[in-house]
Design a binder for this molecule. Structure first.
Ligand code: DP6
Length: 333
């Protein structure tokens, strides 16, 4: 690639224990409520950016192939924001590699925009201080704000009447907990989802009669979840995470038209998780905008949980633990 030095960033997906579901400002990507997550140690995204003086337009390469569709437009839109902030105008070549299937509700946009934010900020000379970076990543995809940090992170919605709402909405790491949590991803389908999470979220906010109840629950859940994490109370963490995820799915399923990400295979995993609990194995389910189920449990129980899930037909189980925040990998010269 001709042009300047490249910047390479790596970021991991995060799974929310208290979900972000609903924006109060679509342009600034401001959420209606705080959310809280664990960054994983699997499925990283690696993104390289090179600035190219001699080229009019950005080139976006996703998993080795040039993209000219919606992904490229979203990345270019994000780079426009970075260029505006940096007072720069060079186009870029962006090469991004995912190790997680894109669009299947496995948080690829979180790792994707966290890596892009870090790589782009360093390439165009913006600050790479993590809290500031979380604000920038948020503009690409809300959940990406949390993937800037390793371990557990909270994303603050910010007060709606804050003098600068963009400044007020950022992520930060939570204090260390004694809890050694694992998350077993039960991969059922990895194709792109029928409705994007962005559209599903918008539809839910506009039309779901359950949305305001959901918001009230999510706000309370965040407070209880923080306290439970601080005292290492896995039973409360698991119970709140499961209830919160199922509540989120109920709101979107009551939207008009409804959004159904849960499939018969998802329900089979959810039932299996309930069965494990009935047999004394502490395990709780969470789900995002897709059919795959993630099972929370103590790190020591993760292999047992994975073994049970692998017995379900068509289910690939991947054990994940707490992972690192976004890092600048190296400067390619
Ligand atoms: C279900 O961050 O993908 O994973 O801000 O529109 O890009 P946009 O949405 P996105 O939403 C993720 C929602 C979720 C829950 C969560 O991660 O908190």
């Amino acid at each position: 690639m001709p042009g300047s030095d490249g910047c390479v960033a790596v970021a991991h997906p995060n799974i929310a224990l208290v979900k972000y579901w609903g924006k109060r400002d679509e342009d600034l990507v401001l959420p209606c409520a705080d959310s809280l997550s664990m960054t994983l140690d699997v499925f990283p995204t690696t993104t390289e950016i090179r600035l190219v003086d001699c080229q009019a337009q950005d080139v976006v390469i996703v998993d080795g192939a040039v993209d000219r569709g919606a992904t490229a437009r979203r990345i270019t839109g994000f780079l426009d924001l970075v260029r505006e902030r940096a007072g720069r105008s060079e186009a870029a070549v962006v090469a991004t590699r995912n190790t997680v299937p894109v669009g299947a509700g496995l948080a690829s946009s979180a790792s994707g925009f966290a890596a892009l934010a870090l790589a782009a900020a360093s390439a165009y000379g913006l600050p790479v201080e993590p809290v500031e970076l979380s604000r920038l990543a948020r503009r690409g995809s809300g959940s990406a704000a949390r993937s800037i940090f390793g371990g557990f992170a909270i994303w603050h919605a910010g007060a709606p009447d804050a003098p600068d709402p963009d400044l007020a909405s950022y992520a930060e790491p939570l204090a260390k907990t004694t809890l050694d949590l694992a998350l077993v991803a039960a991969l059922l389908e990895t194709g792109p989802k029928p409705v994007s999470s962005r559209e599903a979220m918008r539809r839910t906010v506009k039309t779901s009669p359950l949305f305001s109840d959901w918001l009230g629950m999510a706000r309370g859940d965040c407070t209880v979840m923080r306290e439970a994490l601080a005292r290492g109370d896995i039973a409360t963490v698991g119970a709140i995470a499961e209830r919160n995820a199922l509540g989120m799915h109920q709101t979107m399923e009551s939207a008009v038209p409804p959004v159904h990400y849960r499939t018969p295979a998802s329900h089979r995993v959810l039932e299996e998780v309930h069965r494990m609990r009935a047999h004394g194995l502490q395990a709780w389910a969470t789900m995002d905008a897709g059919p795959n189920v993630k099972v929370l449990c103590a790190s020591d129980d993760a292999e047992r949980v994975a073994c049970v899930l692998r017995q379900l037909s068509g289910c690939v189980a991947v054990v994940a633990r707490s992972g690192p925040g976004a890092t600048l990998d190296k400067t390619v010269r």
